[in-house]
Each structure stands twice: as structure tokens, then as C-alpha cells.
Design a protein around this ligand. Structure first.
Ligand code: F6R
Length: 610
């Protein structure tokens, strides 16, 4: 949510800022703006209550550019998505952009108004701008002003500030919100994430929480509370330039679906040793860790919760370790009662999700050991968990997660195998078979599914006009169905729900009438008879069944109005294959309905507010 970009150096800033904002669009936003400031302190702010393309037209029509500037994409929280509320927001001696939420903004607005500051927007950010201005006026030093302002700010923030009178400098501070700094031969940058900068540089620095930094053409400096200043040497990111572009695909989502087989393979094989057994030593996790808890409490949001549901299934089946899966927004206020020593396991692609972070902090404060499964390296949740397992999916730009989810599932499956071996519930040869299946067969099957896009498009055509669509499954297909359903509704706007197939007749079956589409997942032969019965119940009421089943499902043509046959997989890992098929199904339905696949309405990629 929201994106920050900043540049200072020998080049003109306007184009760099506008291109940077375009590459941050995926994070979700509804208004945008830039501020340009030249060496003499002349400042020009350009904003619009719409897309970055509109901002670019407006900015390019103005004959002003400078070598220093900050830009922002805003996702409205305090006040509507209007031009007046768009960032940057200026005070007397500074102009700022801000991601996050200032919880005490009403008190600050009252206090600052009483001190003579005038507000021209409804935002919390403007209060932060005036606060920083007040502290700067009193202390005469940007670092002192930012540290002092931070003491008054409650909430979360990443803030970039230009003090026009301080030539060439851009200052920044963050708390619970992402912000990176970077250097290149011709200047320095700030951004909310790395892909926004890959066209310019791969030399990245991640400021710590509440650390004040300053970027100039010469590089990055860190300003400590005791007044000392340190020059920062950024590190080279592993990400290549194509990590941030569509690489010939029509959409980022399609590109990321295609990246799944490799991503799953990497996530699994990175944790398999030469004996084909699970090994998390490269994650820095000791053998003792696997014996150090009685149960696991997963804390996550959205698709990460759905990955957690698959993880629960696999871990409980292979290792007998009890797992609860908790929606982070609930857990953070009402954590469940627990028995024994519980590992709090946060799962997050972005590593920034506010509720998941808060849940992790709560678990920590209650004395639980913590771990996190994260994609974004160095993100807030990764920094705060006692140990981190990186999924290594690479940048995920489409709002709807695909490879992010798949790699979370792959890591959880590896954890299940590892726990099974460590706790003696899984024999070594069976563990090796499962490792082989996850690292070799599953990626190959997902590749095969992706190659059958034309077949899946036909399934999509048959249901594209539906108002409602239900996914049903049993066993491993049950958690898989939850993710399939979310994928469909978020990108195609078709209302959808997922049910344990046996649950349908306890209420929802009343919604099934002539033509109601139901997607039935059947990948585990233990449940084929039961699934056949549930499908019959649907068809008896006129429901239209899309059957997605493995090739050993008996007489599929008697059950499915349309059928998509999957290769026979290890059932525990089958969600990786069936969800891939449903990701493509959702993608095709969204295309047929003319939806903006990569940027679904109302949604943001990184949900950094509550
Ligand atoms: C759905 C989706 C979201 C995220 C959720 C958590 O496609 O992407 O449901 O899974 O917002 O995000 P992370 O994993 O970044 O914490």
C-alpha cells in the first residue's frame, strides 16, 4: 500500500520519479504526486487524484525539473483520494511523503493548529509534515528534528523529507513500513521496494527501524542519535533487471504463474541434502529447533492463511504436531488458548502485512518462540522473527499472489517432512520419496498444467458469466479450494466460496440451482467415492460441475460437465498442482470479463495498514 520514491543526484529527477511511481503502482494506490526541488531551494509540487499516467501528463506539461525530488502513490486512509490529500505535503520548511498511518494525528492536528499551523488536507501526513517542521525550526538540524518528531508520532511510517534550504539532501526515517535506500554512479535513491530501482541500480541499503538516513549525490549516511554520522556501504541485490518487468508476458500474474515450477523446485531442493532428506541448515535452523515446541500457531492473512491450511494438513499428517491456523487480524487481539510450548509461525510474502506483524509481536511478547516464512528479504516480519525461512520466490508484482503462495506451501511441506523425520514419525526412505516428489515431480506437473492453458480457457468460457461459483473438495483439496476461490473472486469479481465437499448439504446446497457452477477438486483417491456422492448431489439440483481430478478418478465423464485431468501426484502436495490449474482458470475468467488482472479494484499488494 502506498509507494515512495526519491532521487537526488546529477540527473533530472522528474522522469526518474514518474517511472519509479509507475513501477510501484502494483502496491495499490488511488492518487499520486511528486515534489521537485532545485539547488536554490525552489520547490514545485505536482499532484493528482488519479493514476500515475495522469500525474505524468500533468508533470510533463510543466516546464520545471530539478535534480532532487520525492514522489508518492497514496492509498487513501485519512481523507478521500483527492488531489488535496495526495502527497507530497508541505510545511513551512519541509515537504514530505509518507507511507503508513499516524494513529494520533487528531491530537497532533489540534496541537499544531493551536501553534499556528494551517491544514489544507484531511491527511495524517500533513500533521507529520508540520510536526517535523516544528522540530526542525526548534532544533536546526534534520536528524535531530526527525528523531524528535518520531517521539511524538504514534503509528507506522516510512517518511522521506526534503528541507529545501538544505541543498541536495533527502532525509528519511521508517517504523514498521518498508523503505530502502540505494546508490548509483549518478546519485542516490529511496524507494518502498527494490523492483522500483532495478532500472538504475542494484546497490541497496535497508535502514533499520527508527534510523535516520540522508541521501545525497555522494551516497547514503546514517545519522545516529548521539550526533555521529556513518557512511553506508550498500550491498548488491541478487535480483536481475527482468525481476521488475513482464518479460514478454501480457501480465505480471501470468509471468509469475510461469515462474512457479522453478520457484517450487528451488524452495524444496534448497532444503534437501545429498541423501535426499530434509535439511534446513542453510536457513540457520539447528536440529534442536525441530524438537523445541509442542505445537505450531500459524499467523497469516489471505492466501498466506490458505498456504497455512495446507501446511497444517501436511504437518499434522506427517509429524503429528498440532497446528492451528489463525487469521492475523483476529489473532492480534484474540489469540487462541494454547497448551504447551507453541511456535508462533508467521507467513507473509511481503513481510510487511500489518496484522501479521502485530500478531508476531503479540506472540513474542507472550514469550512464544517465533519463526517466519517470508519472501521479501529483510522485511519487517523477517527482522523481528527469531528465525526466518525465506521462500526465495523473487519479486511478486501482481496483486494476486501465485508463486508467493506456492513457495509458502512448498516450504511448509518441507517443514512437515523435516518434523516427521526429526520426531520419528516418518521413515527416512518415505521422507526421501516425499522430497523427490516435491522437488522433482510437482514442479514438472505444474509446468505441464501451465502448458495446457488452452484447455483451461475452455473451462473458463463455460463459467465466465457466472454470478456465483463454488469450489468443493475433501482432504488436501479442502485447503486447496479456499485458495482457488480467493484467486477467482479477487481478480474476476465473481462471487465465490469454498467448502469441504461434505459440508455443502448443511446449508449452501440451497443456493445450487440450474446452471450454478461448482468446481470439484478430486486429487486424493481416499475420497473419490465421497466426492462422487457430493458431485451427484450438486448435479441432481442442476449444478454445472467442472471436475478437476487426477487421472485415476473413476468414470470422470459421469460426474463432470467439463473435466480437467491432472497427473497423479502425491496427494499431500496436490494443492500445488490443483491451485496452479485454478490460478489459470481465474486468470482466463478475469480476461474474458475484461478485468484488470494485475491491479484488481480496491486491493493493494502490501497491506501495511490494519
Ligand atoms: C491474495 C493475496 C493476499 C495476500 C495477503 C497476505 O492473492 O495476495 O490475500 O496473501 O494480503 O499478504 P502477505 O503474504 O504479503 O502477508
Amino acid at each position: 500500500m502506498c509507494g515512495i520514491i526519491g532521487y537526488t543526484g546529477s540527473r533530472k529527477a522528474k522522469k526518474i520519479l514518474l517511472d519509479g511511481l509507475a513501477s510501484l503502482e502494483y502496491r495499490g494506490y488511488d492518487s499520486a504526486g511528486i515534489a521537485l526541488c532545485d539547488a536554490d531551494g525552489a520547490l514545485r509540487t505536482i499532484k493528482c487524484g488519479g493514476r500515475v499516467s495522469e500525474l505524468a501528463s500533468k508533470a510533463n506539461a510543466i516546464d520545471f525539473d530539478a535534480n532532487r525530488g520525492i514522489g508518492h502513490t497514496r492509498w487513501a486512509t485519512h481523507g478521500g483520494p483527492t488531489e488535496a490529500n495526495a502527497h507530497p505535503h508541505a510545511s513551512k520548511r519541509c515537504v514530505i511523503v509518507h507511507n503508513g498511518i499516524i494513529d494520533n494525528c487528531l491530537e497532533l492536528r489540534d496541537e499544531l493548529s493551536a501553534q499556528g499551523y494551517t491544514f489544507v488536507s484531511d491527511t495524517d501526513t500533513e500533521a507529520a509534515a508540520h510536526l517535523i517542521d516544528r522540530e526542525y525550526a526548534a532544533l536546526g538540524d534534520p536528524a535531530k528534528a526527525l528523531y524528535s518528531a518520531a517521539r511524538y508520532l504514534c503509528g507506522s511510517y516510512a517518511i522521506a523529507v526534503i528541507f529545501p534550504e538544505r541543498s541536495g539532501e533527502i532525509w528519511a526515517i521508517r517504523r514498521d513500513n518498508p523503505l530502502i535506500a540505494a546508490t548509483s554512479a549518478d546519485g542516490a535513491f529511496l524507494a518502498s521496494d527494490i523492483p522500483a530501482l532495478l532500472a538504475h541500480t542494484r546497490m541497496i541499503y535497508r535502514p533499520k527501524e527508527n534510523e535516520v538516513i540522508c541521501i545525497t549525490e555522494a551516497g547514503i549516511t546514517k545519522h545516529n542519535t548521539d550526533g555521529t554520522v556513518e557512511a553506508i556501504v550498500p550491498e548488491e541485490t541478487e535480483l536481475g533487471v527482468t525481476a521488475a518487468d513482464k518479460d514478454g508476458y501480457d501480465h505480471f500474474m501470468l509471468k509469475e504463474i510461469h515462474e512457479q515450477p522453478d520457484a517450487i523446485r528451488r524452495a524444496a531442493s534448497h532444503r534437501i541434502n545429498s541423501d535426499m532428506l530434509p535439511d534446513f541448515s542453510t536457513d540457520g535452523i539447528s536440529e534442536e529447533f525441530w524438537h523445541s515446541f509442542d505445537s505450531i500457531s500459524i499467523i497469516a492473512c489471505g492466501s498466506a492463511t490458505h498456504a497455512g491450511l495446507v501446511g497444517r494438513y501436511v504437518i499434522e499428517k506427517l509429524a503429528g504436531v498440532p497446528v492451528t491456523v489463525n487469521t492475523a487480524s483476529e489473532y492480534r487481539y484474540d489469540p487462541p488458548a494454547i497448551l504447551g510450548k507453541t511456535l508462533a509461525l508467521a507467513i507473509s510474502q511481503s513481510g510487511e502485512t500489518a496484522d501479521t506483524l502485530a500478531g508476531l509481536r503479540l506472540a513474542k511478547s507472550q514469550g512464544h518462540p517465533t519463526a517466519a516464512i517470508i519472501n521479501a528479504v529483510g522485511s519487517a516480519i523477517a527482522r523481528e522473527a527469531d528465525c526466518v525461512i525465506y521462500t526465495g520466490a523473487g519479486p511478486e508484482i501482481a496483486v494476486a499472489t501465485t508463486k508467493g503462495y506456492a513457495t509458502q506451501v512448498a516450504v511448509l511441506c518441507m517443514m512437515g517432512i523435516k518434523l516427521g523425520v526429526a520426531r520419528g514419525t516418518l521413515a527416512a526412505d518415505e521422507a526421501a520419496r516425499l522430497c523427490r516428489s516435491l522437488s522433482r515431480d510437482i514442479p514438472a506437473y505444474v509446468s505441464e498444467i501451465i502448458g495446457r492453458r488452452d484447455e483451461i480457457r475452455k473451462l473458463a468460457v463455460a463459467v465466465k458469466d457466472a454470478d456465483d461459483l463454488y469450489f468443493i473438495g475433501r482432504g488436501p483439496d479442502c485447503p486447496a479450494a479456499t485458495e482457488c476461490s480467493l484467486k477467482l473472486k479477487e481478480i474476476s469479481y465473481v462471487h465465490s466460496e469454498a467448502y469441504a465437499a461434505g459440508e455443502l448439504k448443511h446449508g449452501t446446497l440451497s443456493l445450487v440451482e440450474e446452471g450454478t457452477p461448482v468446481v470439484a477438486l478430486a486429487n486424493d483417491s481416499r475420497y473419490f467415492d465421497k466426492m462422487a456422492g457430493n458431485i451427484r448431489e450438486v448435479r441432481a439440483r442442476g449444478g454445472y460441475v467442472t471436475l478437476i481430478c487426477t487421472d485415476d478418478f473413476p468414470h470422470p465423464t459421469e460426474y463432470g460437465d467439463s473435466i480437467f485431468v491432472l497427473p497423479k501426484t502425491e496427494p499431500l502436495f496436490s494443492p500445488l498442482v490443483s491451485v496452479a490449474a485454478c490460478q489459470i482458470l481465474s486468470y482466463e475468467i478475469a480476461l474474458l470479463r475484461g478485468c484488470d488482472v494485475d491491479h484488481p479494484r480496491n486491493l493493494a499488494k502490501s497491506v501495511t495498514v490494519e
